[in-house]
Design a binder for this molecule. Structure first.
Ligand code: NAP
Ligand code: MG
Length: 489
């Protein structure tokens, strides 16, 4: 196992008002390496008192501090510098995500880190292009609409893509001129802390970005209840998302919720089966299945079902589970013992409900760490628990179908609506399916790519509301203001 490289570790305090500090309580919590089950280090643990300080500092930054007086061009320059610093510290992020989240080095190098840099650079470009309109409503008035930062943003993120999820929120919020209080997941606080360090080095003024590691029910809860917060941007589970929306209703805070998924991946009879099998395996097994848009429900046309399944299982069998620091590793551990047990419980449930366990389904024995084998169920019915609930682990459910209509209807029969994919060589059929699938993103003949320029989010229900990324995310962090100047006399 790769040893923790101490000099790679970032500061491990709370970032409040541009300075690093201990929690008022003096408490710290440990963060664990999921590949070894050993503690990596400890991090300051925020509670309500610290959150209050962080929100006040964010309030000051956005109401009357230097951040509120900067032009969009100045904010853009800082965000560009920030993107360049993240780029210069690439390998530190790769190491931290491997240590803290169990992510294989190659995956973070290829995906998370470039996506984070690109996202920062993309929103750096927006910072001086956020503007309103002159709307000639009346002859006797000059009427115009400006876009103002929404104010203090509470960003609450999960553990599956710790760096990327933080940047998806921080970058557009800062570009829009908001200030941020970030609460990273308690299981993976380290990459967010390095982001904080680099943000300060990039010239971000005090209070524009505050970071309060800690527990959801304490630090997170204090943040969502705080009257000084204007907007909550949350990525995480449907249960916590709904609780946040209800809490935010007390004082009508703005809310964006990126929640779960049970994404359908439909392989039609005319698909390139080889390509579909290979991408679909990555679609469910990438990041050990801990992906909100994991292609966990695989609808496969009966005509190609057996061939597809054969290729798909072969792909699953080629995955190399192991030490995230080993360059040959293609699948790391799941994040915690709790997550491992949850995944294995779902496997048991699948077997009990009559699905056919084709491969995997067990913990990888004889090694420390929370390793779950890539698991494939065939003969799944869309009413079974493993087809309805989000497992958030490396478990694929394969569901055969006869008619395309039947597949689309079953795909849409789900509480989730985040993403979907179709595989077909018929372009008309592809677009028709894309139109009919209830999902915020539909992939055709590919699975899983996202891009900072393209909006990302669910269409309600257990996938949440609102959009991260793209121009759309700027709407999360700005509000219009109408100004009416009378031209009479
Ligand atoms: P989670 O338990 O909902 O946690 C997410 C974040 O919310 C963590 O920082 C957590 O703190 C915090 N939290 C928990 N209770 C809170 C409360 N009462 N008030 C405020 N914050 C609170 O989710 P998770 O288990 O970490 O992540 C897995 C889920 O996230 C899955 O359902 C997955 O689909 C979803 N997800 C969605 C997307 C997307 O883009 N749609 C992306 C990634 C993940 P702790 O540190 O204490 O946990
Ligand atoms: Mg950890």
């Amino acid at each position: 196992m790769g040893l923790p490289i101490v000099h790679h570790l970032p500061k491990r305090g709370l970032l409040i008002g541009g300075a690093w500090d201990e929690a008022a309580s003096g408490r710290r919590f440990q963060t664990i390496n999921p590949a070894t089950e050993q503690p990596i280090t400890s991090v300051a643990e925020a509670d309500a008192a610290d959150v209050d300080r962080a929100v006040r500092s964010a309030r000051h930054a956005v109401d009357d501090g230097p951040w509120s007086r900067m032009t969009g061009a100045e904010r853009g320059r800082i965000l560009t510098a920030f993107a360049l610093r993240v780029e210069a510290n690439r390998e530190r992020f790769v190491t931290l995500e491997a240590l803290d989240a169990g992510k294989p080095l190659a995956a973070t190098r290829r995906q998370d880190v470039p996506a984070a840099i690109d996202c920062l650079a993309y929103y750096a470009g927006w910072a001086d292009k956020i503007h309103g309109d002159v709307v000639p409503a009346r002859a006797d008035a000059l009427t115009y609409v400006t876009r103002r930062p929404v104010g203090v943003v509470a960003a609450i993120t999960p553990w599956n893509f710790p760096l990327m999820n933080a940047v998806w929120k921080i970058a557009p919020a800062l570009a829009a001129g908001c200030s941020v209080v970030l609460k990273p997941a308690e299981l993976t606080p380290l990459s967010a802390l390095l982001l904080g360090e680099l943000a300060l080095e990039s010239g971000l003024p005090p209070g524009a970005l505050n970071i309060v590691p800690g527990f959801g029910t304490v630090a997170g809860q204090a943040l969502i209840e705080h009257p000084g917060v204007d907007k909550i941007s949350f990525t995480g589970s449907p249960a916590v998302g709904k609780h946040i929306m209800a809490t935010a209703a007390r004082d009508c805070k703005h809310v964006t919720l990126e929640l779960g998924g049970k994404s359908p991946n439909i392989v039609f009879a005319d698909a390139d089966v080889q390509a579909a099998a290979s991408a679909s395996a990555s679609g469910i097994f990438f990041n050990a299945g801990q992906v909100c848009s994991a292609g966990s429900r695989l609808f496969v046309a009966r005509a190609v079902h057996d061939r597809f399944l054969d290729l798909f299982i072969r792909r699953a069998g080629q995955l190399k589970l192991g030490d995230p620091f080993d360059p040959a590793t293609t699948m790391g551990p799941v994040i915690s013992a709790k997550q491992r047990d949850r995944v294995l419980d779902y496997v048991d449930q699948g077997v009990r409900e009559g699905a056919v366990l084709i491969s995997g389904g067990r913990e990888e024995e004889a090694r420390l760490g929370y390793f779950v084998q890539p698991t494939v169920f065939a003969g799944v019915d869309n009413v079974m628990t493993i087809a309805r609930e989000e497992i958030f682990g490396p478990v694929a459910a394969v569901l055969p179908f006869d008619e395309p209509e039947e597949a689309i209807a079953a795909a849409n029969d789900s509480p989730f609506s985040l993403a979907a994919a179709v595989w077909t060589r018929d372009v008309t059929h592809a677009h028709r399916a894309a139109d009919r699938l209830r999902a915020g993103t539909v992939w055709i003949n590919t699975y899983g790519p996202t891009d900072a320029r393209l909006p990302w989010g669910g269409m309600g229900g257990d996938s949440g509301v609102g959009r991260d990324l793209g121009r759309a995310a700027l709407d999360n962090y700005t509000e219009s203001k109408t100004v009416w100047l009378s031209l009479r006399n």
